[in-house]
Design a protein around this ligand. Structure first.
Ligand code: LMR
Length: 404
């Protein structure tokens, strides 16, 4: 028998985030807890189906009358509603038709389309990521052929931002460098930029002719839909041209339907038309046209007034539950480990807390207590609830005490 074609194929390394979920699923322990992946769970530990999505699905079931392909750029009302959500209904950008928006396969798909586009027209660009950033940023950009570097961001000594170092590094970048920024709820640290720092960054991007690439996966999870989009609106007001990759996975709890979009803010309606035509070529080359279901549900939810109101209420509830859990987590840890300061957790925003726990602690949590977090120490506070928080804080406290 001849050797199999695949005998030389080595095993792939597990994904640092989704690989943790695979390990969690394979664990038969009844008391296991998954604080790895960024997925919101409700007070009972369930990943909710939002009511606004259920109702949109009933409406869609009555209206859908064909299974033909979608246009390459996706569901038109979905793209329009996305633009309004990002930039505001009355934004001059939209009146002037300066934004090219294309439906994407989740936020990851939007990042892939953005980098393919950027490399086509600026093959010499280097992409700069915050140190640290979402693990998959580097993977997506390098796989597309981009050079990837980092700029200073997180300070493990203060568990806060290295704002001055970050701004100094950005000031030194070559023109046409691409700078990946997290609009809010920085993944993995939860440490966000304040309005003044955003303003400075916008100024640097304009002066240095940098290309802002804004990842917006958590709109509504920091302060609210409008407040969270302020950095984007400020970049627009400054007259910058830039890219926004947004995701609805978390804000509609619609992860598996893979709904996102790429919006490119251009200098004129003509530029937007040309950019969109190029993005369509890129989509055709990768997957031809996007899937329909999730985008239609979101489009219905965003454009039907009562469903829109319901969505905003459901989103507010998710945000405030996460905040409650964050406060409880920080105070339980402060009680259980009095010699260590966890107050920094209260300044972090969104689903994650960069806990400062070492990889050894994370491994022990997994091996001894069946509690799964990321090796980086990132914990999904949106997966904590009254039923697991004592277990989690107790386990962290015992391990830290043993190590002290
Ligand atoms: C995360 O960071 O956990 C989420 O964005 C899910 C993912 O795809 O990594």
């Amino acid at each position: 028998m001849t050797a199999s074609l695949f005998s030389e194929v080595p095993a792939g390394i597990p994904d640092p985030i989704l690989g943790v979920t695979e390990a969690f699923r394979a664990d038969a322990h009844p008391g296991k807890v998954n604080l790895g992946v960024g997925i919101y769970q409700d007070a009972l530990g369930k990943i909710p189906m939002l009511e606004c999505i259920k109702r949109a699905a009933s409406k869609w079931a009555e209206t859908e009358d064909t299974k033909t392909y979608l246009p390459i750029d996706g569901v038109a009302p979905y793209n329009t509603a996305t633009q309004e959500l990002l930039f505001g209904k009355d934004s001059p950008l939209l009146k002037e038709k300066r934004v090219a928006t294309i439906q994407s396969v989740g936020g990851s798909g939007a990042l892939k389309l953005a980098i393919e586009f950027i490399l086509r027209f600026l093959p010499e660009t280097t992409v700069y990521l915050s140190d640290p950033s979402w693990e998959n940023h580097r993977v997506i950009f390098e796989a597309a052929g981009a050079k990837v570097e980092t700029y200073p961001y997180y300070d493990p000594k203060t568990n806060g931002l290295r704002a001055a170092d970050m701004l100094a590094a950005l000031r030194k970048l070559k023109p046409k460098s691409t700078v990946l920024l997290h609009a809010c709820c920085h993944n993995p640290t939860g440490v966000d930029l304040d309005a003044d720092t955003w303003r400075e960054i916008a100024g640097i991007c304009a002066e240095r002719d940098l290309i802002p690439l804004i990842d917006f996966a958590y709109q509504g999870f920091a302060e609210g839909l409008q407040a969270d989009s302020e950095p984007i609106r400020m970049f627009a007001d400054k007259g910058l041209t830039f890219f926004v990759c947004n995701s609805y996975s978390k804000s509609f709890s619609i992860y598996r339907e893979r709904c996102g979009a790429l919006s490119v803010v251009t200098g004129s309606a003509k530029e937007a038309t040309n950019v969109l035509s190029q993005l369509k070529r890129i989509v055709r080359m990768i997957y031809s046209s996007p899937p329909s279901y999730g985008a239609h549900l979101i489009s219905i939810a965003l454009t039907t007034p009562e469903l829109r109101t319901l969505w905003e209420k459901e989103l507010d509830e998710m945000r405030s539950r996460i905040l409650d859990m964050r406060k409880l987590f920080a105070s339980r840890l402060a009680d259980a480990v009095p010699n260590r300061d966890f107050s920094f957790m209260l300044k972090q925003r969104g689903m994650f807390s960069y806990s400062g726990l070492s990889v050894e602690v994370v491994r022990e949590l997994r091996e001894r207590y069946h509690i799964y977090a990321l090796d980086s120490g990132r914990i999904c506070v949106a997966a904590l609830n009254q039923g697991n928080i004592d277990l989690v804080c107790g386990a962290i406290a015992s391990i830290l005490k043993e190590k002290s």
